[in-house]
Design a protein around this ligand. Sequence first.
Ligand code: CA
Length: 745
Amino acid sequence: MGRIRSVRLIPLVLLTWFLTAVAAGGQQPAVNGEAGAAKKPPNIVFIFSDDHAIQAIGAYGSRINETPRLDQLARQGMVFDRSYCTNSICGPSRASILSGKHSHLNGFMRNGDRFDGSQVTFPKLLRGVGYQTAMIGKWHLETDPTGFDYWQILPGQGHYYNPDFIQMDGSRKRYQGYCTDLIGDFSIDWLENRDPDKPFLLMSQHKAPHRNWTPHPRHFGKYKLGTIPEPETLFDDYSGRSKLLHENEMTIANHFHWGHDMKFKGPNRFPQHFAGAIGNGEYARMTDDQKREWDAYYEPENEALIAQLEAGELSDDEVTRWKYQRYMHDYLGSVAAVDDNVGRLLDYLDENGLAENTIVIYASDQGFYLGEHGWYDKRWMFEESLRMPLLVRWPGVVEPDTRSGAMVQNIDYGPTLLDIAGVEVPDEMQGVSMRPLLENAGAKPDDWREAIYYAYYENDAVHMVPRHDGVRTERYKAMFFPRTREWNLFDLETDPQEMTSVHDVESYRPILAELQSKYEELKQQYQVNTAIIPSTRGDEAWWKQRDRAKREQAKEGGFDLVFAGDSITQGWEGAGKEVWEQAFGDVKTLNLGFGGDRTEHLLWRLTRNQMGPNRPQAAVVMIGTNNTGHSMQSPAEIAEGVTEVVRTLRAKSPRTKILLLGIFPRGASTDDPMRVNNQQVNERISRLDDGESVVYLDLSDVFLESDGTISRDVMPDLLHLSEAGYRRWAEAILPTLNRWGVVAE
Ligand code: CA
């Protein structure tokens, strides 16, 4: 019953809208165009691709390819020159677009996360006011789409050749053909069969040109090997910037796979030049006819290279150059099919009288390295992957052939489309409507943002890009690497390729300070408290090894007492070892102390089930001093981190009693700033004591001399405990553990 009613209600909503608009003389917010004649709210065609860098779009000045249909869209509309993502990777960018929020708030921070489809998204809200909504193509958010009348999506990354699509009933259907063309077909089919009385939102989202770049035969040889210009930074040595750049595993020189990326058949013949693990899965999907066509093009080129390699004719750099050419042939060929299909949709709108009242947007989930810095892939906050193409055509509103230099971000798309459709933008969306830019030839209002915030979270993952975040203004970019606590600063006017960080150049000190303060301001604005954002340190070898070992140990099960914290807790295995044996030797006890961890790292370990199947009787928790020590994070933020740790433990094991310890005193004297910061954290977390499940204990007096100083007999470095210190710690908590029956008296 409910379903039938809602279907009948929608036209009424629109009718009401129409009548109100007429009555108001065309002054309703959703009504555009000539006064007095109310028009239907504009349709929206959102064409999205995956990994399409602006360096490969004519309208952005490409030196390497041609995109006539995208350029047409640009000429008829507006090009955004300062368009950025929040988090340069596939799933997170999509989640930011749908939710209008940064990754840490929409919950999709890394590929492989699951999008919470119950949250507010712009398609849902548009559907709520009568838009017919469709999502066709690459989705990549793990859970089923919500907010769409119709969807048909690729599973995960999807395939180029003869792809499977997930249907709304959950079944999978394989189609013969080329993915980019099929998504174009399905998009046009949906337009053909939609309800013509309703405005629509069509999200037509391509897999292309995502790895492993696989062109349609009509684009074989469109860009010939040896003819494609190289970027200036193809042989970047990563000097002059964070030392973490050296750890990257995304170079053309060393990380392309023989089959998957470079399209050779059979086992890797030249392991000194190619990675070998991943074969070309696309070839395996092809029909015999497709394989014949493929081989006819690729095999002669492949054989020619193999012959040269066998003859030892090529230097390493020459091999890298060849790989760049093959990469670009395939990437740009994949882009060409996207361009074709943009053209098909534009033609369809023209031929069906829809162009006038339809906003057409073209964007891609992030940028990509086309050999710049020697790379493929994305992730970094450097320009090539931070920037997103954004073209918007809106007849009658956007002046043709205009450009905007205003800083926009993917969180703005939802608010913009809602604003245009006359829907109030929900407070929880963090983006802002770009409508003023669209209506004023790209000129920005006085109060437009001056900086954007960016954060990448997927460290300890493919390509070994460290976690980092930062801020970009029109001229400068500051990047922060939490693992090494390094800042990098780039002056994009003097160093547009970002080859040298000037963070420690005297004349740039004030600029860095300014950007750091902007960074803090933006983190406040976007509610970024790193203390509560679970974060791995798995890109540090010792940490990863200890994590593995602890998980193995936890699997044994039957642990009654868990200690969780940082190096001070880990020290029970060092200076505190004997005391530990004496005090807790009769109890099965698991030490989850990790040196250098902050609240966010303990949260990662707990939320990723480091405790295994154990539901201990008690957990002793002390964490937070590194949040103070590493960056003097505010007591309020750190206290939130500790609170989240307690909440996570409680949720995981409600039977476990938590003995929450105040952060131990540190530093020589009572006015040591770090000690003061920790005390302020303790004041806050002491309130978590509920006298039952959580008991708070402040052990300051146990470690301090009567004058408030710390004896080096207890804390030799005024932070970590000696054996005598561990003895004091054990003695101080045993009464509580005895009372709880965890440790026998
Ligand atoms: Ca992508």
